[in-house]
Structures are given as C-alpha cells and as structure tokens.
Design a protein around this ligand. Sequence first.
Ligand SMILES: Nc1ncnc2c1ncn2[C@@H]1O[C@H](COP(=O)(O)OP(=O)(O)O)[C@@H](O)[C@H]1O
Ligand SMILES: [Mg+2]
Length: 260
Amino acid sequence: MDTETDLLARAPAMGRALRIAVASGKGGVGKTWFAITLAQALAQGGRRVLLFDGDLGLANIDIQLGLMPALDLGAVLAGRVSLAESIQPYADGGFAILPGRSGSGALAALAPARLDGLMAELGRVPQDLLLLDLGAGLDAHTRRMAAWADILLVLATDEPTSLTDAYAVLKLHAGDRGATPAEARVVINQASGVAAGQRTFATLARACTQFLGRAPALAGVVRRDDHVRDAIRRQTPLLTRHPGCMAAQDVRRIAEGLDV
Ligand SMILES: Nc1ncnc2c1ncn2[C@@H]1O[C@H](COP(=O)(O)OP(=O)(O)O)[C@@H](O)[C@H]1O
Ligand SMILES: [Mg+2]
C-alpha cells in the first residue's frame, strides 16, 4: 500500500483529487455547515466534489442535510461494503457524500494503520476535490487527517476560546507537516462584518507570527447570517435555499479564492 508520502509525492502525476480539510479545534464554530456549503460552491464551479465526514465521533453532515444514508463509513469499516460503494450522490448539492456514523466510538478508536488504509483508499476516489469535515478537538486521528490534506482550512470565530483553539490547531499542524508543502489557511466565521472578521484574523496571525514564526493566509471571512440557521433547520443546503444571502456570497468568494 502507498504511504502518505508516496501518494503526495506522486499526486500531480496521478491526477488525484486535491484534499481540503476543515478543522477548528473548538466545536460549534460552523465546520460542518461550512464544509457542506463550500462543497456546494465548488460543485457549482464545475468541480467533482466528494464531501467526507471525517468527524469520527460526532458525524453530522447527513443530519444537517436531512439524509438517511443506507450506507456509511461504519459499513465500510465493518467490511460490509467498499469505500467506493458507500459514496452517495447528493443531487440537491451537486456533490457526492461519504457519510459518517454519529456516536460510534468504534470509529474514533480505529487503529492508526486502519485510518491510513482508509485514507489511502479515499485518495483514489475519482473526484477533483476531496473535502474533509473534521471533528472538534486535537486528537490523533483528526491531526492525521489534517496533515494528510493538501490545504487545511482552520475555522475560527471571534470568541477567545475559538481563537486559542484555532491557534493550537495551526501550531500542531505546522509540526505535523514538517517539510511538506501543505498549507493552512484561516476562515473567520460568524463575523459581525468583513472588517471585524479581518481584525479577528489579524489577532490570530499576530500570535502565529510571534510564536510560530509564520502567519497563515486568510482564506476569507464569512459573516454571521440568520439564513445559515434557517437552511440548517430546514435541512437544505444554503446555496439552494438562500443563494444570494451574505454568508452564501462569502463562501462562494472563498471557493473562488481557493483557485482549485
Ligand atoms: N455564518 C454563520 N452565521 C450564522 N450562524 C452560523 C454560521 N456558521 C455557523 N452557524 C451556526 O453554528 C452552528 C454550528 O455549526 P456546525 O456546522 O454544526 O459547527 P461544527 O461542525 O464546527 O461543530 C450551526 O447550527 C449554525 O446555527
Ligand atoms: Mg461538525
């Protein structure tokens, strides 16, 4: 089986999917919602996107979208189906989903070798982009998946706890990545305005410059918008339900800025 390094080194030649992971450290900042909406924005831009529920403890992409998947990651890990078989098209969003299994301690307790095997298989899916919605926290699995990505998007809000946790993710990621070229970029979510979001980013970037010797780039600011909550409550993707709202515009801009 390929090692991660082999896969990364050969990635361009293989034409494999580009991997984008969404992390935050702190829970409840909007990772799952953002990952879903970014998947939809990238799909609308013509890319073939697979959204993978990498929150091995509290998976909930399917809940936010009101899906009742017959197959999920649990079935894959139990050996009942292949990973490819558990990928399901999500027509409303224009992308594919590999759902997780919420509340399954078994997934979180996966042996590292098993997780590597899963990621190697995931790395072979015939998509343009692989989006990983990671869980909160800084556990070994989450860090491993973050380090596996080509681009790590770290979400933070202006709350001090969120900023502190985002900084911790950035710091650990810098160590985990070593000399590999992957980059971390920051998304400030639930900002009261674009300027306020940029100020929040500047605070985080200053800490990174001072203590890590390097500041991450800002992928963008997503404004706090009640339409987000409405879309989630109705289990409909935001760009379908409220395509012109502020948060939709912000996520679309971030998708374009990724230039992938
Ligand atoms: N830009 C936003 N504007 C308003 N509310 C938001 C925004 N982003 C996220 N939320 C709220 O945050 C809640 C938590 O989002 P979720 O995606 O479940 O977070 P996480 O995956 O980080 O735990 C959502 O249910 C939604 O109500
Ligand atoms: Mg989540």
